[in-house]
Design a binder for this molecule. Structure first.
Ligand SMILES: Nc1ncnc2c1ncn2[C@@H]1O[C@H](COP(=O)(O)OP(=O)(O)OP(=O)(O)O)[C@@H](O)[C@H]1O
Length: 334
């Protein structure tokens, strides 16, 4: 009998989960969780000893009219007629679980439906930690503050529930899943969504028809569909594949951690185009980036500057321009 292995979890490849079933290197598993009409987030997980895929889904929230206040520069303001708040982070503080070293020192952030938020900041300022804390990575312990996602206490949810609720995170280094082909992975995810919606599942041919425009949007060669998920993909190919997953699965809030890293100019445009095509008045994006060029393609509603575990400044795209001119020293001094 194959030995039991640690159960990897949905959103954070390196941590154990209480919701995913076990798998062995000879029998990767795919488990569909939760009953809902719209599949939303998925994350493939793997380790040297095990492979497991969990697909999570969630209910689509009521559609809201997009009415972004173009004069606002404070991401925390809510005005009458504003779109529904998706994520409300108040004074969030978190430490590294093992060392108790404080990394997040009081983050405040409000994201509404239809908004695109970009977080920029020096290396080590806490950007990735923030996104990992949002998806429940066990390397971190929340020691203060609150996070509400669609009106519910996110911090009370395990990572699977967060994904189930509509969070999707694209990691800086997407994991590989040997033994699971990309097309099987995507089709299973898609069919899980249709099943929960009470729709008939796609046959392989039907699914390919559904996938075709999404492949075109990401400008991905169909040959990647028959390869194992991310296995042997270049850095840029992995990023495209992440966006393809996002296109198939859709999320209320997609957290894209350095989606632009490792992309050549053409790939960056493709990926940005695909992300833009996914934006609707009822979903949102939180992206982490070091480079203004991404913001040339995906227009942010707000830009936040993170410094030493806090958002120290919020503004519009002019903040990124200032950053490019003056560096972080100029921003901090302002
Ligand atoms: N699991 C961990 N163990 C030890 N230190 C950690 C851990 N996670 C984060 N840190 C530390 O916390 C700080 C913030 O890291 P984080 O990765 O969030 O920064 P970042 O702003 O995303 O940086 P970059 O722009 O380089 O990606 C860094 O000093 C990092 O070394």
């Amino acid at each position: 009998m194959a030995p039991a292995v640690a159960r990897p979890s949905l959103l954070c490849p390196s941590f154990p989960s209480s919701s995913c079933s076990t798998a062995t290197s000879s029998s990767p598993c795919l488990r569909v969780l939760s009953p809902s009409p719209v599949v939303f987030a998925t994350q493939a997980l793997t380790s040297s000893r095990s492979r497991s895929v969990c697909i999570l889904d969630r209910y689509q929230p009521a559609r809201a009219t997009l009415a972004v206040d173009s004069t606002a520069t404070d991401g925390s303001r809510l005005q009458s007629g504003s779109p529904t708040v998706l994520l409300e982070v108040k004074d969030l503080k978190a430490v590294i679980a093992e060392s108790k070293q404080m990394v997040l020192r009081g983050i405040n952030l409000t994201i509404r439906e239809g908004e695109v938020h970009a977080i920029m900041g020096k290396n080590g300022s806490g950007k990735s930690t923030f996104s990992k804390v949002l998806v429940g990575h066990p390397d971190y312990e929340v020691v203060g503050g609150s996070v509400e996602f669609k009106g519910q206490n996110l911090l009370d949810m395990d990572p699977e529930e967060r994904s189930h609720g509509g969070l999707f995170m694209s990691f800086q280094s997407p994991v590989e899943i040997p033994g699971v082909s990309n097309i099987d992975f995507l089709q299973m995810a898609c069919n899980a969504r249709r099943k929960k919606r009470g729709l008939p599942e796609f046959s392989p041919i039907e699914f390919f028809g559904f996938l075709q425009p999404k492949l075109s949007a990401v400008n991905m060669d169909p040959k990647f569909l028959n390869r194992n998920v991310n296995e042997g993909f270049s850095g840029g190919e992995k990023k495209r594949n992440e966006i393809l997953q996002l296109a198939v699965l859709e999320a209320d809030l997609a957290i894209l951690d350095e989606i632009d890293s490792g992309l050549d100019v053409d790939a960056l445009q493709d990926v940005a185009k695909a992300v833009n095509a996914l934006l609707t008045p009822s979903n949102s994006i939180l992206m982490i980036t070091h480079y203004r060029r991404l913001l040339d393609y995906i227009s942010p509603t707000y830009i936040h500057i993170m410094e030493d575990g806090k958002i120290v400044k919020t503004g519009d795209v002019s903040l990124a321009e200032q950053l490019e001119r003056e560096g972080y020293r100029g921003i901090s001094a302002a």
